[in-house]
Every structure is written in C-alpha cells, then in structure tokens.
Design a protein around this ligand. Structure first.
Ligand SMILES: C[S@@+](CC[C@H](N)C(=O)[O-])C[C@H]1O[C@@H](n2cnc3c(N)ncnc32)[C@H](O)[C@@H]1O
Length: 279
C-alpha cells in the first residue's frame, strides 16, 4: 500500500513524538515497508486509518508496535573492535584505579541502546577475560554490573534469553570467547550464566531522563543518537553528563561525535579510537 506525503508526515511526527527517531523524507520507503505489515495485521485499510487507530489506542500497544518496527537493531559482538582495545587498555584499568582511589565497591556501566545484547555481554566477557588473565588485578567480576536498556521490547526479549543463532555468532565472536562463554545446543549458542547474570535488561526510552536509573561510572550510547535530531542529541548528551560520576567515561559509536552537541566532556583520542571524559 503506497503511502501519501500527508500520511508520511503524520506517521513521521508520531514516531518522533514517541521515540525521537527521525525518518527523513528520502527514507519514505523504509517507513512504508516497515509499517505495511503491521497495518495489514491490525486490519487498517490504509495508512490514514492506521495512524488514527494508533492515536486513539489508549493502551499504547499500537504505538509500541510502531516504534518497535521503526527501530534499527543492527549490532554485533565487539562492534568496531577499536573501542574495545580502548576499553581493555585504558578505560577499564582507569575505572579500577579510580575505584580504589575513592574506595568504591562497585562499577556501574550503562549500555543505553543495547539491542539484542551483544554490546553489554561483550563488556562483561572482556572484563571477565581481563580479570581471569590477571590484566585487571584486585577486583572480581561481581564488582561490575551493566544496565542494558532499549526502547524495543522484541530486542530486549532476545537479549534476555542469551541465546544466539549461527548468524549472530558469526558476527564478531572469536573462537576463543565462543569456547569460553557459550554452550552449543543444536544450532543455538547459549551464553554462560556467569556473563548473563552481570547484565540487567530494562525497557527504557531515551526520551525519558535517565536520573531514575541511578548514576554510572561509564556510559555507552553507541549507534543510536544518529537517528535523533540535533536538538535532542544535545539534550541527551547533557542528561548523560548529569548521571555520570567522575571520572565519568562515555563512548559513542565510531561514526558519531560530540562536536557541536556538547562541550561538557574532554575528548581523548587513543589507539585510533575516541572516548569522552566528564569535565
Ligand atoms: C543500531 S542499534 C545499536 C545497538 C548497539 N548499541 C550497537 O552499537 O551495536 C540502536 C538501538 O537503539 C534503540 N533505540 C532507538 N531509539 C531509542 C530510544 N528512543 N530509546 C531507547 N532505545 C532506542 C533501538 O531499538 C536499537 O536497538
């Protein structure tokens, strides 16, 4: 069912209102293809009726399905590799040093758009490997926790299960970590509870202020702000700044930057990757 310009505008505004995700006019085909099936499933005759059904639905279920369909959930293990070298050689050792200095017992990490879980689980696998190989000394894995949030209930469901198919496993997962942290059950790979138990998944819309999530030592907000307006990026980075505890490390996706959006962080470039630190 082709979408008219008016229908595109109505649905584009609806999606921004409920998620901040901006669909540009040149991506009309994306909106059309992602929402067509839902429209048919819900018995709407066209996109206008579909839109009105969504706005009248007090339960919010249609809204949630629309937002779920409009999210791009692309992710993989140890995505982009360089930031992981940075975490291993710089961020995690510095976090542990600061933990000792401030006599803190725990390090809290927030993975702000965690999709199907590869990113938060990669963090815990890396930490476990560093601790068991003696690269991070004087700490236990239990002193680290990751809160992993996403707006999309379907990806959170998959993430929580900690079960991955061959395709997901073929994307960024090394043989070493596969053997160390997974058990194979037919065509499915099951993540070890030791890693799973350190990550808590929660539905959270980045439109909401993260203050209720608590404070964090390290925040990763990778490959999601690219879908938001410049105005909302500024707001989001300022909120992240508020909930970061010093020294306060912050990572964006490899194609993203704070330039033009925030001056409240120092940019640190190391090993061909960039991290930000609360000023
Ligand atoms: C491309 S994935 C990035 C996953 C992971 N951070 C990575 O870099 O591999 C973007 C994720 O952001 C989530 N997302 C989009 N808009 C959001 C919002 N307003 N609040 C929370 N999560 C959102 C999507 O559901 C999706 O899972």
């Amino acid at each position: 069912m082709p979408i008219s310009t008016d229908e595109f505008n109505l649905l584009r505004d609806f999606i921004i209102k409920h998620s901040e995700i901006e669909v540009k006019p040149e991506k009309t085909y994306l909106l059309e293809s992602r929402l067509s099936r839902l429209m048919v499933e819900l018995g709407a005759a066209n996109f206008t009726e579909f839109y009105h059904n969504a706005t009248k639905d007090v339960s919010g279920k249609i809204r949630d399905k629309i937002i779920d369909a409009m999210t791009t959930n692309e992710t993989y293990w140890f995505r982009d590799s360089k930031p992981w070298t940075l975490m291993e050689n710089s961020i995690f050792p510095k976090l542990v040093d600061s933990m000792r200095e401030h006599r803190k017992q725990k390090i809290r990490i927030w993975c702000a758009a965690s999709s199907t879980g590869q990113e938060p689980y990669s963090i815990i696998m890396l930490l476990d490997d560093m601790i068991s190989s003696g690269k991070l000394k004087g700490v236990t894995l239990e002193q680290f926790s990751v809160l992993a949030t996403d707006i999309s209930p379907s990806v959170l469901f998959l993430a929580n299960a900690g079960r991955y198919n061959q395709l997901a496993m073929s994307r960024g997962m090394s043989d070493k970590y596969k053997a160390k942290y997974f058990k194979q059950a037919g065509k499915i790979w099951l993540l070890d509870d030791k890693i799973k138990n350190r990550v808590t998944f929660k539905k959270f819309n980045l439109q909401d202020h993260p203050r209720n999530l608590g404070n964090f030592d390290f925040v990763l907000c990778r490959n999601v702000a690219i879908y938001f307006s410049d105005k909302f990026k500024r707001e989001l980075f300022s909120r992240i700044h508020n909930i970061l505890e010093p020294p306060g490390f912050f990572l964006l996706g490899s194609s993203e930057s704070l330039v033009g959006y925030s001056t409240s962080f120092d940019m640190v470039e190391q090993q061909n990757a960039i991290y930000y630190k609360k000023k």
